[in-house]
Design a protein around this ligand. Structure first.
Ligand code: ATP
Length: 415
């Protein structure tokens, strides 16, 4: 990371533009919290800087001309955001701001909280100097979340969610005047005036936190959850479910190989929506314009959770039954079911699915079946499924036994 900053310094001096590390990167650097995001602000042509910077780093870069920003990708997980410093004005509450070029100070003044207004000079002259126009360092030391002006939450109500998220992440407090402004914005139902997709993006970030339950509890107290759906609240049962979900996410991350990725935010969002009907979940998905894949995972969960949990409670249940109950669900939904499962038995069934059954493959293929004269169609499907189930249920133990079973089934007339 240091090397990247030194390269930024050299590029900045070569181009003769003032360049700063800015926002969350500086906040976390000062707090000594790990953060692999680098945000760079250029007082001048940010895109021109990004182009040169990427060339020295031999990294890929992409400009977003409309916003005067660019992303430099050093490694797949190491991206540097570069922006030209800008100033913003809000034509109407909750609307997107009007943006034009501005100085560093303008850029800092448009930010959400004082702790995010720090900048660190990267030019050789003054390298490492902290620009702190809004007492951000003092607020970090006092552990306070503070807005820059009283209209802040009205201008941009998504800051309500952001403030709660930072407060809970760092164990800070929203300072009294900021809290009063936040409550006033909530009384005006400010969160309903924002474009739903912006609210969705902040909810997404909130649910991506390590411990989202803390923020959700605080949100319930300060703003309620009806802005997500009128029938949504954080009952104590829901809180228990979310707490369990956090444990089950840790379990998954410890037990499953790293390539089995989990969209953890979706686990928590599913748990949050748990109890809403399929229609209600559908309404939430439409309002917040979730992606198709996300919507599908939410709807399948809402439609099948009760039936699947009940079926998994059966004492005598074969591995193949467990497989076919859980297979249509996403891993995120399965983790929520595991969090919901009251008995150890159900939990065990789900663990077996995730750690063993879900990776099952059989050696019998379409070619094998073609050799037995079976063509794609219902009988073909039936044979494959029976061999698959037999493998799960340990009725066949080798490739030869699988093939022998397929041959037997292929000879029988399809019923
Ligand atoms: P995180 O650690 O969650 O990534 P971050 O501070 O880097 O925190 P981002 O959402 O990446 O958060 O935003 C980058 C910076 O942009 C913030 O530090 C903040 O200064 C500014 N910012 C983001 N959203 C807003 C907003 N709604 N209003 C004002 N400033 C914002």
């Amino acid at each position: 990371m240091q090397r990247l900053l030194y390269e930024a310094r050299d590029t900045a001096d070569r181009l003769g533009v003032p360049v700063f590390l800015i926002g969350g990167s500086v906040r976390d650097l000062i707090m000594d919290v790990g953060n692999f995001d680098l945000d760079i602000a250029v007082e001048g042509d940010g895109i021109g800087f990004a182009k040169d910077y990427a060339r020295t780093l031999k990294a890929a870069w992409l400009a977003h001309k409309r916003f005067g920003t660019a992303t430099v990708t050093v490694k797949p997980h190491l991206k540097i955001d570069v922006a030209s410093t800008r100033r913003e004005t809000y034509p109407a509450a909750g609307a997107l701001p009007q943006v034009k070029a501005g100085s560093l100070i303008h850029d800092l003044a448009r930010r959400d909280f004082t702790i995010n207004t720090l900048a660190l000079r990267l030019n050789r002259k003054g390298f490492g100097e902290v620009v702190d126009k809004f007492n951000g360092r003092k607020d970090i030391a006092r552990k306070l979340i503070r807005i820059l002006h009283d209209r802040s939450f009205i201008d941009d109500p998504t800051r309500i969610l952001r403030g709660i998220r930072f407060e809970q992440r760092y164990g800070f407090h929203i300072e009294p005047r900021t809290l009063a402004c936040l409550k006033a914005a909530v009384r005006r139902d400010a969160l309903s005036s924002v474009g739903p997709q912006r609210v969705r993006d902040e909810l997404h970030l909130l649910c991506k936190e390590k411990h989202p339950l803390k923020s959700l509890k605080r949100l319930q107290v300060l703003a309620g959850l009806h802005f997500i759906h009128p029938r949504l609240s954080l009952s104590s049962a829901k809180q228990q479910l979310l707490a369990q979900a956090e444990r089950q996410v840790s379990w998954f991350e410890n037990q499953l190989p790293p390539h089995r990725q989990l969209d953890t935010w979706l686990v928590y969002f599913l748990a949050l929506l748990d109890g809403l009907s399929v229609n209600d979940v559908h309404a939430v998905c439409r309002r917040f314009v979730f992606r198709k894949g996300e919507e599908k995972r939410m709807l399948v969960y809402a439609a099948s959770r009760t039936r699947v949990l009940q079926a998994l409670q059966k004492k005598e249940i074969r591995p193949s039954e467990i497989y076919h109950l859980l297979e249509p669900l996403s891993f995120e939904a399965i983790i929520v079911l595991k969090a919901k499962a009251a008995g150890k038995g159900v939990q065990r069934h789900i663990e077996l699915f995730l750690t063993q059954y879900s990776g099952t493959r059989i050696s019998v293929s379409g070619d094998t079946l073609a050799g037995f004269g079976v063509r794609p169609g219902p009988q073909y499907q039936m044979v494959l499924r029976r061999v698959f189930d037999a493998k799960l249920n340990r009725q066949v133990h080798s490739k030869e036994e699988e093939v022998a079973l397929a041959r037997d089934l292929a000879r029988k007339p399809y019923d």
